[in-house]
Design a protein around this ligand. Structure first.
Ligand code: PAF
Length: 282
């Protein structure tokens, strides 16, 4: 497995793959890898000849510097996991390599990036789009793989790819869960044992919402019912519960008749967790 620290090294490596007409799959991550990331890697390996994984804790997508500093990091462990999985290249640059101090260009999908989680975390998706666009430009991949857990992120990235004619296919990969249903996340290690147990309420709330969608409820009613369901867990602080059209993320009117996505965000202690589920009423 080749480890590239600079853009020039990665570009050179990619040139070699391209010269051999090998297809390239890109798996962008912020490291501290878990089974969810490994599923992205395996999906990429199944679909492309070469796999590049990036590890970069991207400062421009963190509003709160303490959240950025608290983000878990373990490069040696990440490298070992990727090597064992047969990844071809890891791109793990320093912040100075990715962001010139005089940089003045950011990428924003105006509407999608500023609703829902984007309204709670201003500039978050602008930071995501900017780093992902840069990685797309450097890695020149045919396909790029993202978890469906951050559903809004996936739609934002797909929209950016479409709007900017970036020659890559952005592919969503279903959320990987722990055996008890908690969606895998690098943030889970920061949960106390009590909060780890309490966080199971999120997946239970999604199952409850799915049942209610099948039962023909209206979106607004669904949101308040799910909010009340999560509030039964005293350790959870609900940040947001949204039921939106699964393609446009617009608010559905009246009874839910087309697929919707239920998007949840809640804090347990100081750890913000998100989860989602697409529910089809038909
Ligand atoms: O989902 C993530 O881990 C990050 O938002 C991403 C896509 C790697 C960009 O920094």
């Amino acid at each position: 497995m080749k480890i590239c620290r600079t853009k020039a090294e990665l570009r050179e490596t990619v040139k070699g793959f391209r010269a051999n007409t090998e297809t390239i799959g890109l798996v962008p991550t912020m490291g501290y890898l878990h089974e969810g990331h490994m599923t992205l890697v395996r999906t990429a390996k199944a679909q492309t000849a070469r796999v590049i994984t990036t590890i970069f804790v991207n400062p421009t997508q963190f509003g709160d510097p303490s959240d950025l500093n608290a983000y878990p990091r373990d490069e040696a462990r990440d490298f070992a996991m990727l090597e064992a999985e047969g990844v071809d290249v890891v791109f793990a640059p320093a912040v100075e390599e990715m962001y010139d101090p005089s940089a003045q260009t950011m990428v924003e999908t105006e509407k999608l990036a500023n609703m829902l989680m984007g309204a709670l975390r201003p500039d978050h998706y602008k930071g995501v789009c900017t780093i992902v666009a840069k990685l797309f430009n450097i890695a020149q991949a045919d396909k790029a793989f993202f978890g469906e857990k951050d559903y809004q992120q996936l739609l934002v990235i797909k929209t950016m790819v479409r709007d900017l004619d970036i020659p890559v296919e952005a592919i969503g990969v279903p959320t990987v869960r722990e055996i008890d249903g908690l969606a895998m996340s690098s943030r889970n290690v920061r949960l106390s044992p009590e909060d780890r147990q309490a966080a199971l309420i999120l997946n239970k709330a999604l199952a409850y919402g799915d049942y209610e969608v099948a039962d023909g409820r209206e979106a607004a009613e669904l949101e308040s019912d799910i909010r009340a369901f999560i509030a039964r867990e005293p350790r959870a602080t609900v940040q947001s519960v949204d039921v939106r059209d699964a393609t446009s993320l617009e608010v559905p009117t009246g009874k839910v008749t087309a697929p919707v996505v239920i998007l949840l965000a809640a804090t347990f202690g100081d750890v913000l967790l998100i989860d989602q589920r697409v529910c089809d009423p038909s």
